[in-house]
Design a protein around this ligand. Structure first.
Ligand code: AR6
Length: 175
């Protein structure tokens, strides 16, 4: 099931919220800053413990890592790193799609039945909103349509949009 919610992702009582992080995974601005602030210092400590795959990189672009949610109402934070948008010709669509797929896969692995995504890459990283939303909706629909164990409950996927304008973009794609 897909839902669109307008508001602050840090307030959502879901199994997992997704963080639009950077490769270092130690916090930043935008939704990343809001999540770290709301989760408390333990989130920073948990991120520090995520092994680096190379110096300064805990999570390469397009991949995802999971930590507890600590003071958040969400059980888990799934940290994913969206692409920095240049012109759309440098693998950005594939990397953004991978963020959604890898985050959903981690949610399934951790027995989550609800997950909320922010509009990954569309803030500081500059991805055009409509194009990013099209990719997000396409990947989530593909995931929900995949055959899975019928004993497993369906995943509730929330697109958490900070602005009304973003929410309208998603509404027009899902209607
Ligand atoms: N709840 C939901 N969405 C939010 C919130 C919130 N509390 N705050 C912002 N957004 P951005 P990016 C929306 O810039 O483009 C960080 O410094 C925002 O309106 O947070 O992937 C990281 O450390 C926008 O639609 O993420 C990275 O360095 C969306 O979240 C870099 O920014 C994403 O905007 C990642 O840039």
């Amino acid at each position: 099931m897909i839902k669109i919610v307008q508001g602050d992702i840090t307030t959502l009582a879901v199994d997992a919220i997704v963080n639009a992080a950077n490769q270092v995974m130690l916090g930043g601005g935008g939704v990343d800053g809001a999540i770290h602030w709301a989760a408390g210092d333990e989130l920073y400590e948990a991120c520090l413990k995520v092994p680096e795959v190379r110096p300064g990189v805990r999570c390469p672009t397009g991949e995802a890592r999971i930590t507890p949610g600590f003071k958040l109402p969400a059980k888990f934070v799934i940290h994913t790193v969206g692409p920095v948008y240049r012109d759309g010709q440098h693998g950005e669509p594939e990397k953004l799609a991978a963020c959604y797929r890898n985050s959903l896969a981690l949610a399934v692995e951790n027995s989550c039945t609800s997950i909320a995504f922010p509009c990954i890459s569309t803030g500081i990283y500059g991805y055009p909103k409509e194009e990013a939303a099209q990719i997000a909706v396409r990947e989530v629909k593909a995931f929900l349509g995949e055959g899975r164990d019928p004993a497993q409950p369906e995943m509730e996927v929330i697109f958490c949009c900070f602005s009304g304008r973003d929410a309208n973009v998603y509404r027009s794609l899902i209607a």
